[in-house]
Design a protein around this ligand. Sequence first.
Ligand code: AMP
Ligand code: ZN
Ligand code: FE
Ligand code: FE
Length: 285
Amino acid sequence: MFADLHLHTHFSDGTYTPEELAGHARRHGLAAVSLTDHDTVEGCARAAAACAQNQVEFITGTELTAELADYELHLLGYGIDPQHPRLLCELARFQNGRQNRIHEMVARLNAHRVPLMAEAVFRVANCRSPGRPHVARALVQEGFCRTVDEAFERFLKKHRPAWVPKVRMSAMDGIALIHAAGGVAVMAHPALNHNDGLIPIMVEAGLDGLECWHTKHSPAASEHYLALARQYHLLPTGGSDCHGLSKGRPLIGTVKLPFEHVARLKERIAERRAALVPPVTSAAH
Ligand code: AMP
Ligand code: ZN
Ligand code: FE
Ligand code: FE
């Protein structure tokens, strides 16, 4: 039995609906999945219902944009209550920041004689949590770039003319927020941070897990982070970071997390929820 605990839908920068995601999960024989859309939990209710219909276990999730020592890092929150008022309030703030960032990126493109309209980006995104991939797709759709890759290379990558930093919460606040919402905090794709020195600081702040298996982790990197997870008593997790069709081929099911790690994650979620006063009563799914 295997799981894929890092998946995106069209509620952020993926292309699948929650129902399509659940269907693919079943076809890939996955025993459990989590939906980890960027800075939102909007898809969780539909994903939970669709997974139940497909006999796939569903764990609520989100991928928060956080920072530590000027590094952007992504925090996966598993088992969070998707109706938790403060979580929803914080997420709305970050979604607002993402929407303002689209306007800023478009203004910079316009200043570089690329007359893209913000409306074209919002039409492509059609979600509350838009990001650079939506700007890239709009640039292609409007004929300003041939491919999404070209859009990133010419305009959207860091140090390129339309790059705008994202609103990020401190990693400490992110961990605390996930815990307050009854969830378990996991550092996403640590190899992409290029700074393992961040890990002990996060452990000190209450980090619960480390995403050891990820599409962009080499086998050696996965082994390395598994060893660090053991050293710091962190739960090892993994997932494909599937964005549907938006990044070439769909990745769901290509990273297979052995179910024993899901079982331990679920135990930790139950512990986190039990520690809340008053306890969260809505189902963890
Ligand atoms: P954002 O959160 O708005 O900064 O956008 C980050 C998203 O853009 C992530 O899903 C990345 O995988 C994607 N991304 C970053 N660089 C590139 C690139 N060169 N080509 C395609 N997608 C990219
Ligand atoms: Zn993404
Ligand atoms: Fe990420
Ligand atoms: Fe992701």
